[in-house]
Design a protein. Structure first.
Length: 456
């Protein structure tokens, strides 16, 4: 069985009041259209066609690299007209699945069940029970419950408007049937559009059965038309993600204040996550990890028994087993912490490796550095890695002790077990085991008197 998925994404989305095409607005940092694409790409033996229109180049650019054919619908003359744009790419024996590019939360299981409703004499239609059906096409059934047609809100009689079973727009049918019906579509209706929904009545007239399936919820099939719906679906999506994580054994102190924008490649046991934590990109989290409030972790690997205190920003970093980071720490890309490393408040680490048991506890910048094991870096230490043009490395060997408020002007090496006196500006390599310091001599002026305020 070969499937052709047609994703309708040409609509303007004027109610978004945005320069950005609607399908590029995001849920969990991912364009709406990409959610739909990723769902359909989970179907086997499937070729995907995307009908685009408004802001076409932007849409293509944002989703470049996906495995789909693009078809432009120059004028948006209706959903039926949109599908007509790819009719010549559809084979008669294909099962065609119609999806909307602005319906991001549709479930794979729903789609699979819908496809199973298609046969030589039947089509599958996804419908939804609605508390308020306003705006939706209504499913018109006869007294036996058999589907007869779909009537659009603007074409509906007052009696039909009372129907609460709505059309989701999502349907599955055989390619040959679809192509035949598409060629018969007209636009004599209230909106002067070519309605894809007219296909239903044509199917019935051709002796087909319309098999329906109800969506799990309204939210599963809700299309985004405005920012309110966008934010609503973001919350629904985040709630689903939070529930998945809790089912997998993660403690979320408040599931309504937790966001995941991406995926978790590895998830350990007994992870505790405080409020307002954001996981972005692809993260891997070990066992017994505690993550403090207001922390953001992106594309990182967090080892077992790690504690991340509140207000940390961690990106493209590795935190080794038993390490402690924060509060208020920033691990920038390529910060690699080995086991039992301590990174404290207002410390920034960039493109540096820090070996086992080393500590950078307060107010420091460590960039482009190789730090050995059991090193202690005092408060306010800065690696001066940049001369305005080039970056240079700082090497701090095992067991070194860097006194507070030290500048290490790279390229520079601090030898094994060396001690650097507080307040030093180190411009030359410092030998192993010795104390090195660069500090102007302290003087006291005994005769000095504080200035006093002059009389007016
Ligand atoms: C459509 C259905 C309606 C259903 C509703 C569910 C029709 C005639 N009506 O209504 O029965 O209840 O969806 O939300 O099908 N699109 C194009 N090109 C076009 C027009 C639309 O690509 O020319 C795309 C849009 O980008 C969107 C989808 O098709 O992704 C639906 O379009 P929209 O205008 O929202 O459909 P409705 O008129 O609301
Ligand atoms: Ca709509």
């Amino acid at each position: 069985m070969k499937i052709t998925t047609v994703i309708l994404a040409a609509g303007k989305g004027s109610r978004m009041r945005s320069e950005l095409p609607k399908v590029l607005h995001k849920i969990a940092h991912k364009p709406l259209l990409q959610h739909v694409y990723e769902l359909s790409s989970q179907l086997n033996n499937n070729s995907i066609k995307i009908v685009y229109g408004h802001g076409g180049d932007l849409v293509k650019e944002a989703l470049q690299g996906i495995n789909a054919n693009w078809a432009e619908q120059k004028q948006q003359l209706g959903t039926g007209h949109a599908v007509q744009q790819v009719a010549d790419q559809i084979e008669a024996q294909d099962i065609v699945l119609i999806l909307y590019g602005d319906v991001p939360l549709l479930k794979l299981a729903t789609v699979e069940k819908l496809i199973a409703l298609v046969s030589d004499k039947s089509i599958g239609l996804l419908t939804v029970n609605l508390a308020n059906p306003t705006g939706y096409g209504r499913i018109v059934r006869n007294t036996d419950g058999k589907v007869l047609k779909i009537v659009e809100e603007k074409d509906a009689s007052s009696e039909e408007k009372l129907i609460t079973e709505g059309n989701t727009g999502i349907l599955a049918l055989q390619g040959g049937d679809l192509k035949r019906w598409l060629s018969q579509l007209g636009n004599s209706n209230a909106q002067g559009e070519y309605y894809l929904t007219d296909v239903i009545e044509m199917a019935v007239n051709d002796g087909f059965t319309v098999n329906t399936r109800l969506a799990e919820s309204e939210d599963e099939v809700l299309g985004v038309n405005n920012r309110l719906q966008l934010s609503h679906l973001e919350r629904v999506y985040q709630k689903e993600q939070a529930e998945k994580l809790m089912e997998l054994g993660v403690t979320l102190l408040d599931p309504t204040r937790f966001d995941i924008r991406g995926e978790i490649a590895h998830l350990g046991t007994d992870i505790i996550v405080d409020v307002n934590v954001i996981f972005e990109g692809v993260n891997s989290i070990g066992n017994n990890v505690k993550i403090g409030a207001n922390t953001q972790i992106k594309d990182s690997v967090i080892g077992d028994d790690v504690e991340i205190l509140s207000h940390c920003v961690i990106e493209n970093a590795v935190v080794g087993q038993g390490s402690r980071v924060g509060p208020y720490a920033r691990l920038r890309p390529e910060a690699i912490l080995a086991d039992h490393v301590h990174i404290g408040n207002f410390v920034e680490i960039k493109k540096s490796t820090i070996a086992t048991g080393s500590k950078v506890n307060h107010l420091s910048y460590i960039g482009d550095s190789t730090v050995g094991s059991q090193v202690n870096i005092g408060a306010g230490t800065i690696t001066c890695n940049y001369d305005g043009v080039n970056k240079f490395r700082t090497i701090i060997e095992d067991g070194a002790f860097i006194g507070s408020d030290t500048q290490l002007v790279a390229p520079v090496t601090i030898g094994k077990n060396a001690t650097i006196g507080a307040g030093s500006t180190i411009t030359k390599d410092s030998p192993e085991n010795q104390l090195t310091l660069s500090r102007s001599k302290q003087t006291s002026i005994a005769s000095w008197q504080r200035p006093v305020k002059k009389d007016k």
